[in-house]
Each structure stands twice: as structure tokens, then as C-alpha cells.
Design a binder for this molecule. Sequence first.
Ligand code: PLP
Length: 434
Amino acid sequence: MIRIQEPAVSADLHLDANIPGNPAYQFTIVPPGTPARAGWSERAPLVSDAGLATKCVHAGVQPDPAYGAVMPPIYQSSTFAFRDVCTNAGYDYTRSGNPTRAALEEALATLEGGAGSTCTTTGMAAVLVALNLLLHPSHLICTIDCYGGTFRVLEHAKQAGGLAVSYLDLADVEAVDRAFRPNTGMVWIETPSNPLLRLTDIQAVAAVARRHGALTVVDNTFLTPVLQRPFEHGADLVVHSTTKYLNGHSDVVGGAVVAPQGRPALLQRIQSMNNLLGTSQSPHDAFLVLRGLKTLSLRMKAHEAGAQRVAEFLAGRPEVAKVQYPGLPTHPQHALARRQQQGFGAMVSFELRDGGRDRVDHVLRTLRWFTLAESLGGVESLVAHPASMTHASMTPEARRRAGIGDSLIRLSIGIEDPSDLVADLARALDSLPA
Ligand code: PLP
């Protein structure tokens, strides 16, 4: 006969267990919502003076006032009960506001040095929120090799009527100045640009835009506030696809628009626009991005160290005609990168010498650690062929004008051991047909 014995639990261990209800429970239980010790609430003002890594961990979050949870609860509720007629706790409906999303919005604003932000379902929704601030009919000046989705939405607005767009290499500030029209409402900067890693001098372009009464919007997806803070250079709005580095784990899509200090009307307009368009982010996705932010500073350092190694390796290979990476001294705007950025980022693009499609496809197929996929900014390395993937929505003529050729390959460097990534690329290049 099998005899099942009670596990031998010592009486001391049982009594020591900190389980509420146990007569030996040694802590005082207070009702949820009882004010926390003073130190908790003193943290918030400290955050603005803290270093970036500290901000990544602490911005936007306080131990939860109900039970002290260290991470904010996911308030997975579409609506909030009014305490009384015309009285609530600051939230009424999740499209307009949600406490979990508010924690992320505060964190992103703190990291960018802004006054507030609004978080959206995707990066494209953030682009839409910002573009919808324009009064129609308007004219907009945009980075010539902007993200393909941004190009698509601008082209749609052009065709629908009401928006005129000039795509320019924003490195030429005088050309930017000349491109202004009486109804130019916005300059759209992606720096570094996607996929050619061209830089824009934000300060110079923002000064010109201000003189013409236009807003300067910077899509800061590629660098994140760890490596570039556009408000310090005069930007009026910062846009993010939080799908990328800010979340960092390739398991969520999201976006954000951040407003600068001292412009309450602008902050209110982006918040209202997000509510009006119905593009606000779900509490669960906001929670995931907030979790990703905790390690952003660490991740960006690892991404960047890998990218520098990979870029230097590619630059030394005879099969490679050209490498685009702002961290290489040969990058035409390396000095600007040093001045404007706190690092060079982790996006690298390169062109094969004799870059017929078969040779490009060989590299795409041979790589093992680089997954052939759209997107960027996750912990895993990705490879993409912009002409057929991320920038396929551009017409061949628009790609030609932007300089996005068929032999261009884009890498998003993850946080793997750089030597593995280099070995993978070496294998692909070594095995190219002669
Ligand atoms: N901005 C940039 C620079 C991007 O690379 C992307 C997407 O790749 C977006 C915006 C759009 O973001 P999402 O895919 O989250 O809509």
C-alpha cells in the first residue's frame, strides 16, 4: 500500500510565512489607498534631475497607491465608474485616458525632456496624430528617404487633396529655406533617416522652420531619447514608433507623440487628436512598452557596440561598395552625429558591389543570426531589403530619387555577441558567387 505522507513542515517555518491571515503575520495591514510613506512620492520630482538610466527605470512609475505594486497595474477596463455625478478619479473612458497608459506617457515625456505625451496604437498612428495638426490646405517639407509608411500616408493626403509635400535632403539647409511656401505648416525630420542613415541638423532646420512659422517634427524612432533628444535642438514635437527600441522585444506595436515644455496648447492638441482619431494605445500594450523601457539604456549600449563592430567589418570587405553608419568616420555627417547625438545607434545599411538581385538574395538567404523581417529595434538582429520590403510602397522613381537602390541591404543590430553577427556576415559574403 502506498502511504502519502504530509510533507514535514517545521512549525517555525509555518509560523514565519508572511501570509496574511496567519496569526503570526507580522505586518500591519492598512486599507488599500492609504497614503504611502513620504519617500515614495518624493521620487517623482527627483526623476527630472536623474541620469538617463535612472529615468528609464523610474520615470512615470510610483509604487501603486492601492497595494504598493512596484509595476503599475494594467487597468484593463474600457470605462471608469463615476464616484458621484460629475465626480471621478481623473479617468472616464480608456480612449481618452487610462492610468497604465498615463504612466507610459509620463515616462516618455520625462525621457525626451518634454511636458507630456500621448501614446498610440502604432507608430503610424502617432504620425497621423501629428500630421492632423496641420490645417488644410497645407504644405509640408519631409526628409527625402523617410520611412515608407510615412511616405505612403503623405502621398495619400496629397491624392486626397489638401496637402502638398516637398521631399528634400534636409542636410541642405539653404534648399530647405528655399522650399518654404506661405502655407508651409510643418517640417518632418527623420534623423538618422530610414534606410540611408542620412542626418539632419535639427537645430539649423528648426530655426528656419520657426522663422517661417512652421512646426518641426522629429521622428526619433532610430535613436530614442537615450541617444538623441530633439527638444534640446529646438524641435516642436517628437514622434516615435515604440514598436522599435523603446519596447525593444518585438512583441508589441505602438507609438507616441511628445510635446515640449512650456507649450500646453500643443500638448492638449496632440492629446485631443489621439482621442478624436480613436488611435490611443491599449493598456496592456502600454504596460509592455513601459516594461521594455526599464532596460532601454542598457540595450542601446549593447545595440550600438554591435553596430559599430558590424559597420567596421563591412567597411573592410571588398564585396561591399558602401556602408552607411554614422559611427564610421567616413560617414559624411560623422561630425554632426558627434555633436547632435549621444551615440550612433544600431541601424546599418550597405550596398553590395556588383549588387544584382541574385547576389543580394544570396546574402538575405544565407544569414542565420539575422532574421529576414520588417521592423527594427528588437533584441534580435534583423535584415531587410528596403526596395522590396520596408520601402516597397515608394514608387521606383521615388526610391531612385531618394537613393534607395535594389542592392541596398538594411541591418537592425540586436544585442547578440557582435562576434557571432560578424561571423554570420563573413559567411554570407565569403560564399557569394564570384
Ligand atoms: N517611423 C519610423 C522611422 C519607422 O521605421 C516606422 C516603422 O518601421 C514607423 C515610424 C511606423 O511605426 P509602426 O510600424 O509602429 O506603425
